[in-house]
Design a protein around this ligand. Sequence first.
Ligand SMILES: C[S@@+](CC[C@H](N)C(=O)[O-])C[C@H]1O[C@@H](n2cnc3c(N)ncnc32)[C@H](O)[C@@H]1O
Length: 378
Amino acid sequence: MSPSISWQENQTQHTALWHSENGAKPPKNILVVDDSLTADEALKLAHEGTGLLWQGDYHNARQLLQAMTRRLNKKALKKKEKNSAHKNIRDIFNLYRLSQAQRAKLLSMVLVRIDPGFELALRRAPNIQQACEQVYAHTTTFVISLRELLGVIGAFEWRKNGVPIAETGGSIYPFYGVFSPVRGEYLKLVKEAPLPVPCKTAFDIGTGTGVLSIILAKRGVQHIIATDMQERAIECARFNIGQSGCQTQITLEHCAFFPEGKADLIVCNPPWLPAKASSSLEQAVYDPDSAMLKGFLQGLCGHLNENGQGWLIISDLAEHLGLRTRKELLDWISEANLRVLERYDIKPQHAKTADTTDPLHVARMAEITSLWCLVKGG
Ligand SMILES: C[S@@+](CC[C@H](N)C(=O)[O-])C[C@H]1O[C@@H](n2cnc3c(N)ncnc32)[C@H](O)[C@@H]1O
């Protein structure tokens, strides 16, 4: 059952459902606020754990959030200068994640009430009905953070417009909460690496939007089974596969890791950083204890046909952050009775690599994304 949230307004007690996609608990105290609230006051109240239920103008609420973000960024930059002098990169990463989590918590204190029919009763509010229908099932009033709502609206736009992907010859439409291939250098590797011979069947483990299955189908692989643990990813992949016209070649299974049977090619792009995901939305980026990476490697041999290949797509960012060593990765590969046939590398080109204010800049600049071509026989 969803938790509820209560507040006083015009001397009347109000109650509504609380919803947080991150699984955050509702704030204990709620204050009804409007356009007269300054960013400094908002941050002070947020620090004290007070939820700020916005009743003013929608655009002013967005500006308030931006002003709060600027203040927090300034503080973070000062901290970065202090920290980078003393700490190693792994500590800097841990501090960075901690400050990201604290910042998300503070910014999530600005709340909005969503009425039945996904109505946002604020001055100059946009129509959020379609965006909300794609994420929420509530039929009664509920309260969420404005930050979450902005994410839902942003995702709706991505899903509507799609992301053009040269490697599929079309667009991919990411759904809310599904890993989006916007930083798509790794797609080029999957498009260009030589396929094993024969290559009639493939598995795509953790398919997300379905993008890798679509690339393989367009390369002529006739029977592909794509799996994902997330129901949303399966729905999203179904939509994209339908759009691509490859639905006769690709079957979807909502399960962890491998489907039954064996294949000539098995691809997997696990989350690249071995760290705890602090919300379900982070599960595509963080792989706690390298569980997906290790699970993929351990199961691979048993699911490969004779002469089959496993394609592991992973960047070495974790190595540059001191979160995993190259030796560990190579040991896991040989412990799984696999050997490296070939490795194809590419340098990421996304904007973050050029952002010198990013605390992880040094590691990001050195990052290489690789397609590890693995075969049976350690
Ligand atoms: C980094 S995303 C990759 C998505 C897509 N293959 C791509 O390359 O764009 C990892 C995906 O694996 C899924 N996932 C995580 N653990 C999994 C598991 N044990 N079995 C199947 N899917 C898993 C996540 O839900 C997510 O969609």
